[in-house]
Design a protein around this ligand. Sequence first.
Ligand code: 5GP
Length: 177
Amino acid sequence: MLFGPGGAGKGTIADRLVSEVPDLWLSRSWTTRQRRPDEPEDAYVFVDRQEFESAIDAGVFFESAEFLGNLYGTPVTVPPAGSDVLLEIDLQGAQQVRRLRPDAVLILLKPPSPAVQEERLRARGDAESHIVRRLEEGAEEERMGIEIADAVVVNHDVTQATAQVAGIVERYRSAAH
Ligand code: 5GP
């Protein structure tokens, strides 16, 4: 499972991982956030708050969290046989997963520096108020993230960071067999 602050590059690395690592299945989350103009329609299951709350009551989610005023959740799903599930979530989600599935492998992805993180958030057109809050919360999230992470990867370069995460997945897989 990949977690870390916005602007760390989780989405890009998650997409690369599923295309490069065999038997890895990316879970699609639900959110009440508006779709960004450049975002694919299937980036999330986009729903309104009422639908999301009904889904919580109906037990649809494995974990859910509120992040900057929007709800996000990982649905309980069964991956194809023989596949591992890849989650790409925030710190609160990672904390819930740690409690619910102590055997999950939690990889904290860090941006190389706050300046690069800020650049990435701006480049994808996040609202200014969100950028400021994400950067402020970033340091505390990182401290708490390090406590629960099995591994920490710094995303200086997407290809290298993807290879590092793939190596960690490989190591845990061989240890489990
Ligand atoms: P964004 O709005 O930038 O797509 O995502 C905001 C944050 O929510 C990111 O840190 C992202 O990883 C996280 N996130 C996405 N899906 C989920 C989910 O299902 N559960 C939780 N807890 N966080 C999620």
